[in-house]
Design a protein around this ligand. Structure first.
Ligand code: CMX
Length: 423
């Protein structure tokens, strides 16, 4: 048994009792109302279910298990996974133990590569990535144990086992797809001595003499790990997992949502937007030119990618962390200069336009410019990176949902006639 599993096995009975008591004492207390407008607005703002791995404060951004994101930008993705699941940071021994567990499951089976090699050249990397995950569904420990009749109280253990095995393989799956899809040559074998992010960098084959690309990927995979439970990918994964579909089905459902341009695909859209600006102006334009460019885009009815958010009402701390990294490591780079220039103009443009409730940058506004600088320039690959990281949040939420016996998701929809009669 891994140290992480031991920790969860200690915590779960206590938290089950705590929540049982909470429901017994306060189960009929109201925590949210729903207006007619909300019923037609993507359930925005309705407090209707629980996610303890992280929360998003509109004015502060992501808080992971009570810790504001900007306080822990130095930690490894492996440490943040432990934090999401166990609610506390791991010690050195616990990190090593988790890394050892990952190292035992690094290899993506050969049949996955055979399936992926049949795709046409224009297949989107997210399609390949999700197909790779689905192709491995037959290896699910949860599926096998469920078929054998494992008791409900033990579901979480099999979900955790699936989650660790799947997460261990994602850097190899992502890097292999990168090399296959962008003709970079044969796949590079994983190195069991590397950390999770380092292994990804190693397997892409992108040279990293300074070690700064490795540092960026540690930060990248850490920052994208989770964003509470109601975003499209987390909610889709939560819903599918609630039917007791195994984590391969549930994670790929979530990632199919992440592949939408209003969600995770915005990072690809954002760099495309920035490169178009660079090409049109043959370099970084002036602030006035940038402002006009943004107005032209809005007037054509298009969104400014990387800006706005359904919950946040402040500059995203994940954006701040990336800009901070860029300012430390990147000098005289026109792509990064355009990104910082956009931060000067877009919020005012969006405020003046008066539509977006949040005029500030989100996580996707800066990440692409950093990846581009270090040589990962094929921007339609970027959502795969987001996916590798976000799977940590989806798995952590699933482990706890099964540990707490959360039942199948089934909110009640109503008809327009019902609303008219009711109001
Ligand atoms: N540029 C232009 N218009 C924007 C905008 C932006 N960046 N953000 C919001 N708006 C518009 C909306 O399209 C909407 O217009 P309509 O009334 O014409 O439909 C209006 O402002 C109100 O939208 P909102 O309530 O502020 O935003 P939503 O909660 O509906 O949507 C989001 C949130 C993120 C989808 C939206 O801000 C957006 O499209 N942003 C650009 C895409 C993006 O960066 N997505 C990544 C989000 C982070 C992530 O999940 O990865």
């Amino acid at each position: 048994m891994t140290l992480l599993k031991k920790e969860l096995a200690t915590q779960i009975p206590l938290i089950r009792d705590d929540i049982k008591a909470l429901i017994n004492e306060n189960g009929d207390r109201q925590i949210s109302n729903v207006t007619v407008a909300q019923a037609y607005s993507g359930l925005r703002g309705i407090k209707a279910f629980v996610c303890d791995t992280s929360s998003v404060d509109p004015d502060k951004g992501l808080i992971i298990r009570g810790i504001p994101l900007l306080d822990i930008t130095h930690i490894l993705p492996e440490e943040v996974l432990f934090l999401l699941l166990a609610g506390r940071l791991p010690n050195k021994n616990e990190v090593k133990d988790l890394q050892r567990e990952f190292s035992a499951h690094l290899e993506v089976p050969d049949y996955v590569w055979k399936v992926l090699s049949e795709f046409p050249d224009n297949a989107h990397p997210m399609t390949l990535f999700n197909t790779g995950i689905m192709a491995m569904q037959g290896t699910s420990v949860f599926r096998k144990k469920y078929d054998e009749g494992v008791p409900k109280a033990e579901y979480w253990e099999a979900i955790l086992e699936d989650g660790i095995r799947l997460l261990a393989k994602l850097p190899a799956l992502g890097a292999g797809i990168y090399r296959m899809r962008f003709n970079k040559g044969a796949r590079i074998d994983p190195d069991p001595e590397q950390d999770w992010a380092g292994n990804f960098v190693h397997m892409t084959g992108i040279s990293d003499d300074s070690g700064d690309f490795h540092k960026l990927m540690q930060l990248y995979f850490m920052l994208h790990c989770d964003h509470e439970g109601g975003n499209v990918s987390a909610f889709a994964a939560h819903t599918v997992a609630s039917a007791l579909s195994d984590p391969y089905y549930a994670v790929s459902a979530g990632l199919n949502g992440l592949a939408g341009p209003l969600h995770g695909l915005a990072n690809q859209e954002c760099l495309k937007f920035v490169l178009n600006i660079r090409d049109e102006f043959r370099g970084a334009p002036s602030i006035d030119e940038l402002r006009q460019y943004c107005w032209n885009r809005l007037e054509r009815g298009r969104v400014i990618p990387g800006y706005g958010h359904a919950v946040l009402r402040c500059p995203d701390p994940r954006f701040a962390a990336f800009i901070d990294f860029g300012k430390k490591h990147i000098h005289d780079d026109e792509v990064f200069d355009i990104v910082t220039g956009l931060f000067h103009v877009v919020p005012d443009v969006l405020k003046e336009q008066g539509k977006a409730k949040n005029p500030w940058p989100n996580v996707d506004a800066a990440s692409g410019s950093l990846l581009y600088y270090y040589g990962l320039q094929e921007y339609n690959f970027y959502t795969v990176l987001f996916s590798i990281s976000r799977t940590m949040g989806m798995i952590s939420q699933m482990v706890w949902e099964r540990a707490l016996g959360i039942p199948i998701t089934r909110p009640k929809s109503v008809t327009t006639d019902w609303i008219k009669q009711t109001v």
